[in-house]
Design a protein around this ligand. Structure first.
Ligand code: ACO
Length: 315
């Protein structure tokens, strides 16, 4: 049995903050941000919104569009590192709000690689636990952990949510997936502070070191995954990567010898939405009308930890 992606939906907050708007309060410029990152704008959630409310909006849209019987959803797996509550998990909040009973429900935190970790768990649920459907969500409210006075990180992130539905399929779907982590990145990319104190917790990063790690890991992980399944990179129709930085993707694309036209980039409009960035990019590809059933997709991501992951599937 395969886990096949049968639907996707997204939620993006209404407020769009342009690079120009950021440059009014930070010593930066639209030109610098576009040249170094490819980012033009980002969505920022309203005061009364949370990661949980964004995830719910994406899932409500998805289930309404698909007219799914909630009792057929066997698992809800939410990738996030910005939940505003310690418990219950966003997955359990979704189960309650959507009327889904008896589902295996949990949140996973693997930072920007979280969506692929969640996909890996959803794949296991369908293959080994006979779930008919598995609901996988990537959501992050990065603006809530951004240090808005630090120009080196404040320009990079945005908020959003993306949900996909996996369905058991006897013929095709997810072909392979690998996720992992390594220990040396802890100080290079982290949120400082203590959630149990009243001080704000904000993200800091050694951009250059993270850049180096990301290029190396995105390439080797994807290459090893494809090689282990005997898949020629040239047979990939679409690469749907985590959207951290346009230059990182350009480096990896060159190493891979894959046409840049096959690499989906949405950071211009969304910036880096952490665990939400792959489902947002996938949905934008679907909306463009270019993605058709049977296409081969390669997902890849890296994030704080360091964590990393890659997956290959037939859509
Ligand atoms: N506007 C203008 N100047 C800036 C800005 C800004 N927003 N930010 C930094 N600078 C300045 C620096 O102060 C520095 O100035 P100096 O030379 O006078 O000291 C200069 O620009 C160069 O800074 P660098 O940090 O060397 O710039 P770099 O080319 O490395 O680009 C960037 C920075 C965009 C952050 C890059 O390193 C990068 O993209 N790294 C990877 C980031 C990433 O992918 N993060 C993923 C996070 S994943 C997760 O799990 C959350």
């Amino acid at each position: 049995m395969f886990a096949r992606i049968v639907a996707s939906q997204i939620y993006l907050p209404q407020r769009i903050v342009s690079n120009h708007e950021l440059s009014e309060s930070l010593d930066t410029s639209h030109e610098w941000i576009v040249k170094r990152t490819g980012i033009h704008a980002r969505h920022i959630l309203a005061d009364d919104e949370t990661a949980s409310s964004m995830a719910l909006s994406a899932c409500q849209r998805l289930l309404a569009e698909q007219n799914i019987d909630p009792s057929l959803i066997g698992s809800i797996i939410v990738a996030t590192s910005t939940s505003h509550t310690a418990m219950p998990s966003i997955a359990c909040q979704l189960a309650n709000s959507l009327g889904i009973n008896d589902a295996f429900s949990l949140d996973v935190n693997a930072a920007c690689s979280g969506f692929l970790y969640a996909l890996s768990l959803g794949n296991d649920r369908i293959r080994h636990h006979n779930d008919h459907y598995s609901l996988i969500v990537g959501v992050d409210a990065m603006s809530r952990i951004t240090d808005w006075s630090d120009r080196s990180t404040a320009v990079l992130f945005g908020d959003g949510a993306g949900a996909i539905l996996l369905k058991s399929d006897p013929d095709t779907g997810l072909i392979g997936i690998r996720c992992g982590s390594e220990s040396h990145g802890e100080e290079l990319l982290r949120v400082h502070g203590n959630l149990h104190s009243s001080q704000p917790c904000t993200l800091s990063m050694d951009g250059k070191e993270v850049f180096r790690f990301a290029v190396d890991r995105l390439y080797t992980t994807s290459q090893n995954l494809l090689a282990s399944h005997g898949i020629d990179p040239q047979s990939i129709d679409w690469v749907v990567p985590h959207q951290a930085n346009s230059r990182i993707l350009d480096y990896v694309t060159k190493q891979f010898d894959i046409s840049p036209l096959r690499v989906v980039k949405t950071m211009a409009q969304h910036a880096n939405t952490s665990a939400a960035s792959i489902p947002l990019a996938l949905h934008s590809l679907r909306d463009s009308g270019k993605l058709v059933r049977g296409h081969r997709l390669l997902f890849k991501a890296f994030g704080a930890g360091f964590t990393w992951g890659a997956a290959v599937c037939e859509y």
